[in-house]
Design a protein around this ligand. Structure first.
Ligand code: GDP
Length: 178
């Protein structure tokens, strides 16, 4: 891991949920975060510098069903080490699939992350009707402590709102993202 520097916003989510695509959409650059179609392959933490002022941190995809136990343990060790050592963490973005948010794996991930400043992005919102989007948003907002936004890296729905919120976090860092 690079030494701690500017405030960091870390991204987590189940494998294949659209995390790399979301990071690319937010950074406004194509293919900066590698998008992979093979679930659960990346077990490294990628750091993206936003000049001197911030970093985006791409945590490895979480617990896909086909991933062996040892890989899951490795994930917990790696991400646990990151979370417990990073005083510059300004907050966490957790990506969930808008079509089926709050799966048992999502709940496990949130429990693992513990108390942290949180934004949930409901990804692939373009696959839902307006009414379905509204239902997904209120269901998640009612049960998750933090902010929730509908998001699509295809239509760019939610990209600006997400950027605004993250900029606000970076302007007002809270100790260790809490
Ligand atoms: P990651 O494993 O969470 O990083 O997921 P990726 O960003 O690699 O995306 C996984 C798959 O979902 C890819 O086939 C993407 O093209 C697709 N995908 C990602 N975001 C969206 C989105 O907002 N809308 C739609 N329709 N597909 C998406």
């Amino acid at each position: 891991m690079p030494p701690a520097g500017p405030p960091e916003i870390a991204f987590a989510g189940r494998s294949n949920v659209g995390k790399s695509s979301a990071i690319n959409a937010l950074l406004g650059r194509k293919r900066l975060a590698f998008t992979s179609k093979t679930p659960g392959r990346t077990q490294t933490i990628n750091f993206f510098s936003l000049g001197e002022t911030a970093r985006l941190v791409d945590l490895p995809g979480y617990g896909f069903a086909r991933v062996p136990k040892a890989t899951r343990a490795q994930w917990q060790q790696l991400v646990g080490a990151y979370l417990s050592s990073r005083e510059t963490l300004a907050g966490m973005v957790v990506i969930m699939d808008a079509r089926h948010p709050l799966t048992p794996l999502d709940a496990q991930l949130l429990a693992f992350l513990g108390e942290v400043r949180l934004l949930v992005l409901l990804s692939k919102a373009d696959k839902l009707t307006r009414v379905q989007q509204k239902h997904a948003l209120s269901a998640v907002a009612a049960s998750v402590k933090g902010e929730t936004l509908l998001f699509s890296s295809v239509t760019r729905q939610g990209v600006e709102d997400c950027r605004d919120l993250l900029e606000q976090w970076l302007r007002q860092p809270s100790p260790a993202g809490r």
